[in-house]
Design a protein. Structure first.
Lengths: 100, 618
């Protein structure tokens, strides 16, 4: 039995990796994957706490997160494909039409 | 009353599509219908006997509006006073409608004219029949609007448009006072119903009665062109002549007199207010008559004589004799409308030339018009047996009686002098216009068409015979008819009756003297040189100039100051400053929006951390 703090530590590490990835990468696909990483780290934390407290609430929340993440992937990938078609790039620093 | 409203709606909405002749005839028919209706009501009421005529029939229409304990019922009153007024208004109105058919025949915008005229008839009938002061006020304002619309009917002419505005604005001053009077009455009596006010007014405190009466009288001075709010009426002559005859001589301007007669119990129990009414009326009568001596525009002479005659009516009101005032109102409606229509006929014949210095010798080509004008002159001068004699004489007697009972002979003296001056200036107008050699050889005067002559003939007949309505020899039917209703001399002791014969003799002598003097002075068709006095009269006692200097010029300066430094400097400056600050903030904030999504993400992360940190440390 692996102790709960280990799961939480892994969750925190994964979240940090995701956040840093979002901040430093320029490729939209990579950023997208980093966001997914953050979501799953949160899922891990949810499950950990649910098990620790013997409650089912956290697992229910995970299902919601999974569903929302799936939907988000569909919309996000569609956007990225569309941007690539129109601008021949997925570098988000080049997509700056709204710059002030 | 509904008939002219229908006419207005039809002519106003679809008038353009109707043929021109149809529009005019429709308007005439609707007014004739209301005259017949009023006559029918009169005949229905009359056989019931003189005592029953005092009974007021109230026709409630609908509950108009209510707020708190203010409940306004739209209702009509039919009694002797409103019937007489309705008959005069619709009768004279009908004749003038017919006259307009001829006079305005060449106007391109005929349906609009008749729509206004019909709207006016509706409003005036609403005013005289109103059973509630607020309804009366609605009619009062509506006739004001119609007056404005009709004065400025030829709105392409700057003078007409300005005159319309002037009439509207000057009236507004009086209307404000009128409205204040209404408020005061309502706060004291909790009602605006005329009958309830009549019953309740004598029980009010003296000060309240006086104040209310004075405020309402101020409203009346605006509408009836008394000093000091008379300035709009002479300018109102810019409108079409039938309008001058209908609105600014026969009907609308008498609304103020009617108002006082309507609320006679309020006024008769407020001696101070009555004193003011009498003095203002007498001063106005005298002032306007003297000014009329030195005007060259024929219609302006008539306008000033209207002001003067209205002054007479207020003298009658001030002399505790509303019946005499209403009597004079009726006869004045006849002969003044006649004079105006004759003047309009002259304009029609002379291609709108109205300056009397350019007229002359028109008696021969315009035989009918001249005859009508002459009858009007004799009537207004007060020569028996014309209508004006009886009514004016009745007022003079009452004014004399007032002098006997209160020692205040000023109204009588002024009225008597005015009678002389009236005869003088009317003779002058007639001489300058109709006698002597034709001053304008180029113009070929032609007599008016029958549609103009017939109404003039009818009015001439009324001017001759209308006096019998109140003549002592005929048993004073009008006075008998009205007396039970109004003129209840509350709290007055026995009125001293003056020697009637002597007074009648005096007034006839004065009138004849005025005419003779007029003929003698103006035989040479020139005004006697009077130097400063003439200039004084010609500038209308400098009252218009005074208003220009005291009110209009400072008003202009104020407006210029407000438009310049205040509006451009402060208000626009404030608005522009707000705009400039916002623009600067926007320019500064624009730098934040770099277009790098990762910066935004960093911002989100930092913000989240700050919030989380705040919650954890709390």
């Amino acid at each position: 039995m692996v102790p709960a703090p280990a799961y939480l530590a892994l969750s925190a590490v994964l979240f940090t990796l995701g956040a840093v990835g979002v901040l430093v990468r320029r490729n939209a696909l990579i950023i997208f994957m980093a966001v997914e990483l953050m979501l799953n780290s949160v899922n891990l934390a949810f499950v950990t706490f649910a098990r620790q407290h013997g409650s089912i609430d956290g697992q229910v929340a995970v299902f919601f997160v999974l569903v929302v993440a799936a939907v988000e992937v569909v919309v996000g990938l569609a956007l990225i494909v569309d941007i690539f078609r129109s601008r021949e790039t997925v570098d988000i620093d080049d997509v700056d039409l709204l710059r002030g | 009353m509904v008939w002219p409203l229908l006419g207005w709606l039809t002519n106003g909405l679809i008038g353009r599509r109707l043929s021109r002749a149809l529009a005019g005839e429709l308007a005439c028919v609707t007014v004739a219908a209301s005259f017949v209706s009023a006559l029918g009501v009169l005949l229905a009421v009359r056989p019931a006997g003189a005592t029953d005529a005092a009974v007021s029939i109230v026709i409630p229409l609908f509950r108009w509006l209510g707020a708190g304990d203010l409940w306004i019922d739209a209702s009509l009153i039919i009694d002797a006073l409103s019937l007489v007024m309705a008959l005069v208004v619709s009768g004279v109105g009908f004749l003038i409608h017919v006259y307009s058919l001829g006079y305005m025949a060449d106007d391109p915008d005929l349906p609009r004219y008749f729509a206004y005229l019909n709207l006016f008839m509706f409003a005036m009938l609403l005013l005289v029949l109103a059973g509630n002061l607020l309804v009366l006020f609605i009619g009062w304002e509506l006739v004001g609007v119609c007056s404005y619309l009709l004065i400025g009917y030829w709105f392409a002419r700057p003078a007409a448009a300005t005159a319309g505005r002037k009439a509207f604005i000057v009236n507004r001053i009086g209307d404000a006072a009128f409205l204040l009077g209404l408020f005061l009455l309502f706060t004291q009596l909790r009602t605006l119903d005329i009958l309830q006010i009549r019953d309740g007014a004598p029980h009010l405190p003296e000060g309240v009665r006086t104040l209310a009466a004075l405020l309402l009288f101020a409203g009346a001075t605006g509408k009836s062109a008394q000093l000091p709010l008379h300035v709009w009426l002479p300018d109102a002559m810019e409108g079409p002549t039938p309008v001058s005859a209908l609105i600014h001589a026969a009907t609308m301007v008498t609304a103020g007199v009617f108002l006082i007669a309507r609320l006679d119990r309020l006024f008769l129990t407020a001696p101070v207010a009555l004193f003011v009414v009498g003095i203002v009326g007498a001063l106005t009568a005298f002032f306007a008559a003297t000014v009329a001596l030195r005007q060259y525009d024929l219609k302006r002479v008539l306008a000033y004589s209207t002001i003067s005659q209205l002054g007479y009516m207020f003298v009658a009101m001030g002399a505790l004799a509303p019946v005499a005032g209403i009597f004079h109102l009726v006869t004045q409606a006849f002969f003044k409308a006649l004079l105006f229509l004759a003047a309009g006929s002259v304009m029609h014949a002379m291609h709108d030339v109205i300056d009397m210095r350019r007229l002359g010798g028109l008696a021969r080509p315009l035989r009918w018009t001249a005859g009508g004008f002459l009858i009007g002159v004799l009537a207004i001068a007060g020569v028996p047996p014309f209508a004006g004699f009886f009514s004016k004489d009745l007022i003079l007697e009452e004014a004399f009686a007032l002098g006997l009972s209160t020692g205040n002979f000023l109204p009588y003296a002024l009225a008597l002098v005015t009678a002389f001056v009236t005869a003088l200036y009317m003779t002058r107008a007639a001489m300058l216009t109709f006698s002597g050699r034709p001053a304008e050889a180029a113009a070929h005067p032609h007599e008016a068409p029958p549609s103009m002559l017939v109404p003039m003939t009818a009015l001439a007949a009324l001017s001759v015979g209308g006096g019998l309505l109140g003549a002592r020899v005929a048993g004073e039917p009008l006075v008998e008819f009205l007396a039970p209703l109004i003129g209840v001399k509350a709290g007055e002791g026995a009125v001293v009756h003056p020697p009637a014969g002597l007074l009648v003799g005096i007034s006839i002598a004065v009138a004849l003297a005025g005419i003779v003097a007029g003929i003698a002075v103006h035989r040479g068709r020139r005004d006697p040189a009077l130097g400063a006095i003439a200039a004084f009269l010609e500038r209308r006692w400098y009252i218009d100039d005074l208003y220009d200097a005291v009110i209009v010029a400072p008003g202009r300066a104020l407006a210029r100051w407000l438009a310049g430094p205040v509006d451009l400097g402060i208000i626009d400056g404030a608005v522009n400053a707000v705009g400039r600050v916002l623009a600067a903030v926007g320019r500064a904030a624009r730098r934040l929006q770099t277009g790098y999504a990762r910066q935004y993400a960093l911002g989100v992360l930092v913000g989240t951390l700050i919030i989380v940190g705040y919650w954890m440390l709390r």
